[in-house]
Design a binder for this molecule. Sequence first.
Ligand code: C2E
Ligand code: MG
Ligand code: MG
Ligand code: MG
Length: 281
Amino acid sequence: GAKSDGRRTYRFFESGMDARAKARRSLELELRQAIADGGFELHYQPLLHLEAGGVSCCEALLRWRHPERGTISPADFIPVAEDTGLINDLGRWVLDTACCEAVNWPEHVHIAVNVSPIQFKSETLALHVAAALAASGLSPSRLELEITEAVLIRDDEAALDVLHQLRALGVRIALDDFGTGYSSLSYLQRFPFDKIKIDRTFIKDLAGTGASSTIVQAVVNIAAASDMTTTAEGVETEQQRSMLRVLGCTEMQGYLFSRPIPAVEIRKLLSSHRERAASVA
Ligand code: C2E
Ligand code: MG
Ligand code: MG
Ligand code: MG
């Protein structure tokens, strides 16, 4: 009858929750282990200056080399790392590693590091950034910290305070994934970002009949009026690249030029790219 069906559904739901909670718990334990064992690796994806054509920056993207499950995407483990607070240790490792890697690159190439909203709440972020810079000897102006709007939503004043501390260190601040989530133009007014990264949902539809090109143009105009640069995320086609040049976007990032690649490969890419640029000049 209806009653027993209901009970069966309920029990099924309950055991489903249980399985999910268990999976999460084991993921958390594995994450802790991987942080202790050095199970993480950074890949780097170049950002290309649209006018000049050269690589202006590389973004560090975290990869987890899981012993059984292969490489796990950050989308699958960052949320767990955030819920458990493990993101603070992991984020610190990312900062240290990325800064140390970037000192091997040509001096004009910046390094971009993603920073979780949770790291902003720990109150030690500016300290850790300063330590990473000191240990690596990287010039602060080469470090770009990518934050999302989520940072600015809650605890506005505290977040602004941290942003100003970071700015005082001489690092650059980029607003990541702009146009998604709780986007509000007022965020751009409340803090002077150095760069706006336009989310790839707008780039994907750039050549379509929708409003994407109008939106990208508006963001580029707002940015230019406030001394900010713009980066288009997820550029996959030549058509998108040429449209972005016309729209006046500063940089592009995407599979069209390169996927995120290991440190050894990014060094090769940067040196061959520099030679090519030098031979053209
Ligand atoms: P994000 O910061 O917006 O990074 C860009 C993402 O877009 C990367 O995914 C990159 O591989 C992907 N991507 C780049 N070009 C293209 C393209 O042409 N097409 C498509 N479809 N995708 C492209 P990934 O590496 O999987 O990282 C996902 C997200 O995980 C990042 O988004 C960032 O929010 C987070 N993440 C990655 N590394 C870190 C980290 O060290 N710390 C923190 N807190 N978050 C990180
Ligand atoms: Mg990013
Ligand atoms: Mg992004
Ligand atoms: Mg994105």
